[in-house]
Design a protein around this ligand. Sequence first.
Ligand SMILES: Cc1cc2nc3c(=O)[nH]c(=O)nc-3n(C[C@H](O)[C@H](O)[C@H](O)COP(=O)(O)OP(=O)(O)OC[C@H]3O[C@@H](n4cnc5c(N)ncnc54)[C@H](O)[C@@H]3O)c2cc1C
Length: 388
Amino acid sequence: MTHPFDALILGGGAAGLMCAIEAGKRGRRVAMLEHADRLGKKILISGGGRCNFTNLHCHPENFLSSNPHFAKSALARYTPADFVSLVEKHGIPYHEKTRGQLFCDRSAHDILGMLETECQQAGVSIFLNTKIREVERTSEFVARTSTAEFHAAALVVATGGLSIPKLGATSFGYDLARQFGLAIREPWPGLVPVLLSPEDCSRYCDLAGVSAEVIASCNGKQFREKMLITHRGLSGPAILQISSYWKKSQPILIDLAPGREVTAAFRDPATPRNPGALRAELRSCLPHRLADRWLDAHAPTSWTNSALADLESQIHAWTISPAGTEGYEKAEVTAGGVDTGELSAKTMESRKVPSLFFIGEVVDVTGHLGGFNFQWAWASGAAAGQAL
Ligand SMILES: Cc1cc2nc3c(=O)[nH]c(=O)nc-3n(C[C@H](O)[C@H](O)[C@H](O)COP(=O)(O)OP(=O)(O)OC[C@H]3O[C@@H](n4cnc5c(N)ncnc54)[C@H](O)[C@@H]3O)c2cc1C
């Protein structure tokens, strides 16, 4: 069986759906080929089931890429306001949780339902349980499953990254890019909890569930948000954010008392210089169990001004050397991907292979936590959809 179309979109996730809608609205005959038994599975589990679908404060600085300028054009042409107006057109109730992060009031099903309705109205043909095994380029693109063949002049790869394999993540997009001679920036898991070294884990991991506001920094980047201790290491927004910048064998620095001078009280001669007084000061900044445990491992060497200054520095730069991360099983996103140098920033079309497009997470553009990854999926999807 063969199916003729103007464009084939491989992958029915966030980016593929937006691309299909835009192209369908412009009268293109679009086929969306998805190997799962339903579209947008990641949308459904996103944002704890409420889908943090965009961020009002979306700037190029909220994205990692080997080329920090690449995402600018698409992000400027399809903005958070554009997506919000679509959400409002469908009467979906939403709210701003914090720092510009927009979530559904009810459920992520609202966002997926909206995109499916838009696809239907745009006349997109959807093929589920359709795993593409190979793609060939003759006078047009041919995508083959074990039983069918799809033909079209244009092919859009929207197969996402490697995160959460149990939801259907595959390396297909990267493999296809390589097949067509496009360079790949080696992918790595981003927005992922980190594992503590065995020594640190035996010291802190029984405090699993304890959290504190910290500044986590690495590689010149820093994030002031919550850190959470887990059974195997550290998580929480501050750690997830910095994990995207972390490279193996590098330390992560954690300021345990942002903006506070924990030892200031000891300048007053009336304050006794002893472990109890110090414990009380640190407990005023951190959960008690974490303050106590941290001090057990970082007791001052003496009570001199210089030893206290030393301790103050350590509180603001607790240095951990993660043993690794929880990997793709737990990563919210895959960083790296198709080298942006290979693609037009305006349309996401390959420079080498005309009519071949890459959009969404498979591209080397990765958002911070907070709705930025979906905004990239919408923006890059719209850019390609308007060029098909
Ligand atoms: C737990 C979790 C929570 C998240 N929460 C948020 C959030 O609240 N806000 C936010 O901005 N981002 C969030 N993200 C990130 C966001 O989900 C992704 O960045 C986004 O879904 C990427 O969109 P995409 O279309 O590029 O890829 P995906 O959404 O991954 O879609 C790719 C699709 O391609 C299909 N596919 C793969 N290989 C093939 C093949 N060979 N043939 C056919 N189909 C194939 C897959 O089944 C999938 O449906 C979250 C991620 C996770 C894992």
